[in-house]
Design a protein around this ligand. Structure first.
Ligand code: NOJ
Length: 679
């Protein structure tokens, strides 16, 4: 498992020049190997799978401010190895139990010559991928603040692999339609970046445990070598830290199939255990809300005649929620600050001052009587100083009113995220840099103090921190349903979900907000728009797109028009015992099955792109020897997302684990199934 391959001391030179030092760590099944070497003193790693190169020798290390290189001149001082095989339990998740089985190698390096800086690199090899992180121990050579000007980490791919990607360093954060090109045609991409390594494997590069550091994008300067491109502070520096410090893990997930990536728990396994162990206020569930109506133009966030967040409207939603068993009602546009150009006037948001027609005392009393709580909303428009000044009061206010989850928002297009120095000077920061990573951490911790869960929009990407802070219940960080409301021809394309499933979704839950039944958007004021989805596909999203807080975003009266299909939304849980990624081709189709947490029922979701498909799906995930009733919600035979999207059929079948079920999906369609064991 651990092999010291070669240690060559060149006589007459400093020990630091033991250039051919190579150390290997392999995954428990032996298929993946990471080799660490010092190539002339330059820390380097490579990865092979089944003996074939996956990542060619790639540089590691940092450049500190003042052009101080921590990417060369190192010698190997020590190395240690360990193995782990344990199982831990998630308070909520795609599965209850997670196995953490890996081999670890830690190499201790020291820079010879002037600096004498000590650096440790820790590698972990799992069956589903490899990861490494840097640590800078406390040391005389690094006193005071350490300013990282650049991270040298490279990923020299073993080929010009096709990749599914969204651009980084662009204005609209993660909210882009995915491109599918050879990696050589990318410039700067967000992670998770998923690629197909020939016919050998699917590979996804991301990071885990992003704490007090900057998000990593991947830069390609041509060819097939990617380099970590950390989001900088406004002065161009990437990270400010002090020793001892450790970076997030750089992760390379690897699987034989796209489905294998979906079932990987590598990102979660690299995060620290929960700091909220036993917190009885964490929960999962479904919600409705005063939200879609703003996006389709029926009502407004701002005050006035069309104001959405009125006491009366919210009470109607509470009635609907309570009648149908939804736990939460999201209300946006409830607080002072939305009038005028709110995207530019974030400093006007007041997080404890409701609009006069939103009687929060009365609403929370009314909701509590009916077993429904409010889901709060903090839109900041990127004005962080204004929000942080009010943070404690804002969460105390919501806690007092029984709010158990808060959606945060950071819509900002023009000037960047606002930061102010102690002396009041203003700076514009990225959404994904260290400043915002720190901010989101502060929000999570403040919310936890008030027993509140966070659903972040326009946030920092998920890196598995939900394990440590399980009140990070969901987030957006990709193009969600809302684009279908207002982006006209730029609506999410039919293939969107079957790309998200293998890219964005690998990082964690997504608040996509499924459940539009009015596919042609006639109930808003956009009769010429439409969604590239059939109604049955909207149901399938409740299984395919994982979120422990899952919205039913359409209007109550629309659901009342489709009681048969609505039944599935009412039945489907938001928390799971097990997840099986059954089948899928990235960008074409996806089939996922999940077992209800603490129950015997299974649910299946299947979605396709613009092509109609017939999929033969073995139900081997069901418990052998039992008969199940399958309640099938499918596209009718002549359904089509463009001209016949709401034509669906609900039917019942008897099945078992031996059944191979034929799933017929319309163009832009989908299918949702509930399997209930027969007594
Ligand atoms: C963007 C969010 O994604 C959306 O859900 C929200 O309604 C608006 N910002 C307003 O805060």
């Amino acid at each position: 498992m651990f092999v010291r391959k070669l240690s060559l001391l060149l006589l007459g030179l400093a020990p630091a020049l033991s250039a051919a030092e190579e150390v290997v760590v392999a995954s428990p099944d032996g298929r993946l190997s990471v080799v660490f070497s010092l190539d002339g003193g330059k820390p380097t790693y490579d990865v092979t799978r089944d003996g074939e190169p996956l990542i060619r020798p790639s540089r590691m290390g940092f450049v500190l401010a003042g052009d101080v290189s921590l990417a060369e001149g190192f010698e190997l001082v020590d190395q240690s190895t360990s193995s782990a095989d344990s199982t831990w339990v998630q308070p909520w998740g795609e599965c209850r139990e997670v196995r953490d089985h890996h081999n670890e190698l830690a190499v201790d390096l020291k820079q010879y010559g002037g600096t004498g800086v000590a650096m440790r690199v820790v590698f972990r090899a799992f069956n589903d991928g490899v990861a490494f992180r840097y640590e800078l121990p406390e040391q005389a050579a690094l006193p005071g603040e350490i300013v990282i000007a650049d991270e040298a980490t490279e990923f020299a791919l073993a080929g010009d692999w096709p990749a599914w990607w969204v651009p980084a360093f662009d204005q609209n954060r993660f909210e882009y339609v995915y491109s599918h090109t050879p990696i050589s045609q990318t410039k700067n991409t967000h992670t998770p970046l998923t690629m197909q390594a020939g016919d050998r494997a699917f590979v996804s590069i991301h990071e885990a445990a992003l704490v007090d550091y900057s998000s990593m994008a991947l830069e390609n300067r041509g060819g097939d070598t990617l380099k970590a491109n950390l989001y900088p502070w406004s002065d161009g520096m990437r990270v400010r830290t002090t020793a001892p410090m450790r970076t997030p893990w750089r992760t390379i997930q690897v699987a034989d199939t796209p489905s294998g990536l979906v079932e990987s728990n590598l990102i979660l396994n690299l995060n620290e255990p929960s700091k909220l162990e036993g917190a009885d206020w964490l929960h999962t569930g479904k919600y409705v809300g005063v939200w879609w109506e703003m996006h389709v133009g029926r009502s407004t966030w701002g005050s006035g005649e069309k104001h959405g967040a009125t006491t009366e409207n919210v009470k109607d939603f509470i009635d609907f929620a309570s009648e149908h068993g939804f736990k939460g009602v999201l209300v946006e546009g409830w607080n002072e600050g939305w009038d005028g150009d709110w995207m530019k006037n974030g400093h006007e948001f007041d997080f404890t001052k409701p609009y006069p027609d939103f009687d929060i005392e009365e609403i929370s009393r009314y909701g509590a009587e009916r077993g429904v709580y409010l889901i709060g909303h903090h839109e900041t428009a990127g004005a962080i100083p204004n929000y942080e000044r009010q943070l404690e009061d804002a969460f105390a206010f919501y806690e007092k009113h029984g709010v158990r989850a808060v959606k945060t928002g950071y819509v900002e297009f023009a000037d960047g995220i606002e930061r102010r120095d102690a002396d009041g000077k203003e700076h514009a920061e990225w959404h994904h840099g260290q400043y915002m990573v720190r901010h989101h951490q502060r929000v999570l911790e403040t919310a936890a103090k008030h027993k509140i869960m966070i659903v972040a929009h326009e946030g920092v990407k998920d890196t598995g921190l939900r394990r440590t802070w399980p009140n990070a219940i969901s987030r957006e960080c990709a193009r969600g349903q809302e684009y279908n409301a207002w982006s006209g021809d730029g609506r999410n394309p039919p293939e969107h979900i079957s790309i998200l499933a293998y890219t964005r979704m690998l990082s964690g839950p997504m608040d996509f907000t499924p459940g539009v039944f009015d596919i042609t958007l006639e109930s808003g004021d956009r009769p010429n728009d439409r969604i590239a989805s059939t109604l049955a596909k909207q149901l399938a999203l409740y299984v395919v797109v994982y979120s422990p807080m899952q919205m039913a975003c359409d209007f109550p009266e629309i659901y009342e028009r489709h009681p048969d299909a609505f039944r599935f939304i009412l039945d489907v849980p938001a928390d799971w015992e097990r997840t099986r990624a059954i089948d899928g081709v990235i960008g074409d189709y996806t089939v996922i099955a999940r077992q209800e947490r603490g129950g015997d029922d299974w649910y299946l979701g299947a979605v396709t792109d613009e092509e109609a498909r017939t999929l033969e799906t073995p139900l081997a995930f069901l418990q052998p020897g039992r008969t199940y009733e399958a309640q099938v919600y499918r596209d009718s035979d002549d359904a089509h997302w463009w001209d016949n999207p709401t034509d669906y059929t609900v039917e019942s079948k008897e099945v078992s684990s031996d059944t191979v079920l034929t799933l017929k999906l319309a163009p832009g369609g989908g299918q949702a199934i509930r399997f209930t064991p027969k007594p």
